[in-house]
Design a protein around this ligand. Structure first.
Ligand SMILES: Nc1nc2c(ncn2[C@@H]2O[C@H](COP(=O)(O)OP(=O)(O)O)[C@@H](O)[C@H]2O)c(=O)[nH]1
Ligand SMILES: [Mg+2]
Length: 508
């Protein structure tokens, strides 16, 4: 008999307590303590225990849904071919694991999960799994055409993906500017695979190196993420504008450009961050050597145009030969060749630090692991509620299941999950509604003062008054709602502001 849940350490509980090892073997070691749960997970975990306690096949369902609860949120990396997706994945993981060159491998979805031993499997469209040989960290031969592959699953022990699973995808656009038939077919296949991979993702990173095209934005809208769990990346920032030889530093220019771009794309992405993924990859995968730094430093003193001209020639003059030049270009690009020569005089370590800093990857990583991870977890919790709703719809024990999921939704700890679900529904029916802005502000907020739009210095009385004003706004909006989604959203907002009113009520 199954018990719930299959916890993070693989343990199962039945309705009455821990039940180790589903195969019935005695445990090899004493049970690990259950990890501390955040409030949302606690509520969902409790709901799944109640579900399992209903008996019959429901323990199995609890474990199936519990597997979603217990695995890290999944972030899908989206963008057209050559946007720099795999390069960014390598930088984040800190190893050159994602294929960035061979067309075949760029054509399949790859899922990167923390785990040991380091290994890979290829999953066919029929669901069959085969081990995949990985050489120097890179999958080499798929053993079948890419069109027969659903995705590659890659496990490697990496702190960087412990809290988030990364999904690298082939491409977004339905059409390419080149008319080459094979490329087009490959892109369209990649497009389908990208769509499939996005379905079970909890958040997205969207890369573009100039203004995104209409078909890319349309594709993103169909995926059902919200701007809160979609992070925009202005990629290849080292080549932005006029590039490394232009009047302005391209990375600084890209940074300046990011805010207006975010405003323009605000119904798709929450933030836009400029990234030079190539520089980040080089810095974070430990590829730079002292020899590289010396070769780069030897170029100091050249005027930039003369330098590039010399590098473009078939036989660059000593101390550079063509192989060294190509290696440097692969590592730091033209931007690095022009801008990192002086820094390189300080040695490989100094150069490495400089690359990491200018690449923008630190800020990106911070955003990924704070805001994006938070909303990914919230979207995932919503997915679990939806799974429970579906089960209630199909199962003879529907009244009991409905009671369980209803209680979960009413739990105050689930408020953000409910509000987020309302936001998704509103974006579907009426994304220009003021209710969308209200939900977005409330969900971004990290305190009651934030929720009512006051500065953090505001006292409880001010917060209470502001909450009453928001409540009145909700009531006015309710008079003119046009959809069930707006009704639900206003009910949830009403509950949120009323609770703040109660919390800030003077005592005694
Ligand atoms: N100069 C520069 N080149 C980049 C950058 N990111 C990626 N590239 C290069 O662009 C090519 C395509 O990158 P890749 O990550 O494979 O793109 P993907 O198709 O989106 O996965 C590779 O040759 C990368 O080295 C960047 O930030 N700057
Ligand atoms: Mg790629």
């Amino acid at each position: 008999m199954n018990g719930y849940p299959v916890g993070p350490a693989g343990q199962q509980w039945n309705a009455s307590g821990p039940l180790w090892n589903p195969a019935g073997r005695p445990p090899a070691a004493p049970p690990a303590p259950t990890p501390a749960l955040d409030p949302v997970r606690t509520v969902l975990d409790r709901s799944l225990h109640s579900l399992a306690a209903l008996g019959g096949d429901l323990a199995g369902h609890a474990n199936r849904i519990g597997a979603i609860l217990w695995s890290p949120p999944r972030v899908v990396i989206l963008g057209r071919l050559k946007a720099g997706k795999s390069t960014l994945v390598n930088a984040l993981i800190g190893a050159p694991v994602a294929e960035t060159a061979a067309l075949e491998a760029t054509n399949v979805v790859a899922i990167y999960t923390d785990g040991a031993p380091s290994r890979a499997e290829v999953v066919g469209l029929d669901g069959a799994r085969r081990p995949l040989r990985v050489d120097s960290g890179m999958p080499v031969d798929l053993g079948c055409p890419a069109t027969e592959v659903a995705y590659i699953e890659r496990w490697l022990p990496s702190q960087a993906i412990r809290g988030l699973t990364l999904i690298d995808t082939p491409g977004l656009a339905t059409l390419t500017t080149e008319n080459e038939t094979a490329t087009r077919r490959a892109l369209i296949d990649g497009f389908e695979q990208t769509r499939t991979a996005s379905v079970n993702a909890d958040a997205a990173v969207f890369l573009f190196d100039s203004v995104p095209r209409a078909d890319e934005l349309e594709f993103l809208r169909q995926l059902d993420f919200t701007p809160l769990n979609t992070l925009g990346v202005l990629s290849r920032a080292d080549g932005f504008g006029e590039g490394p030889l232009g009047q302005r530093d391209p990375i600084a220019y890209a940074a300046e450009h990011s805010a207006p771009m975010a405003a323009e794309l605000s119904d798709t992405v929450g933030t836009v961050l400029p990234i030079a993924g190539l520089l980040a990859e080089t810095a974070l995968t430990g590829q730079l050597t002292e020899t590289d730094a010396r070769a780069l430093a030897s170029l100091a003193g050249w005027e930039p145009f003369a330098l590039i001209e010399r590098l473009d020639s078939d036989s660059p003059a000593p101390p550079l030969d063509a192989a060294v030049r190509d290696r440097l270009l692969d590592l730091v690009g033209e931007y690095g060749l022009v801008h990192a020569r002086t820094v390189a005089q300080g040695g490989a370590h100094t150069l490495n630090r400089w690359l990491a800093t200018v690449s923008g990857v630190e800020r990106f990583r911070h955003e990924l692991h704070t805001s994006l991870a938070r909303f990914a977890a919230i979207q995932r919790a919503g997915r679990i509620l939806t799974e429970l709703d579906t089960l209630a719809f199909q199962h003879p024990a529907r009244d009991h299941i409905r009671a369980i999921v209803g209680a979960a939704r009413r739990d105050p700890a689930m408020n953000e999950v409910v509000l987020f679900g309302c936001l998704r529904a509103m974006l579907d029916v009426d994304h220009d509604s003021p209710v969308v802005d209200e939900l977005t502000r409330v969900l971004r907020a990290r305190s009651d003062t934030d929720v009512v739009g006051l500065p953090s210095t505001a006292g409880p009385d001010e917060v209470r008054v502001a909450a009453a004003e928001r409540l009145a706004w909700v009531q006015r909006q309710s008079l003119s709602t046009m959809s069930a989604a707006a009704d639900s959203a206003l009910t949830a907002l009403h509950g949120t502001y009323a609770a703040i009113g109660r919390r800030t009520q003077p005592t005694g």
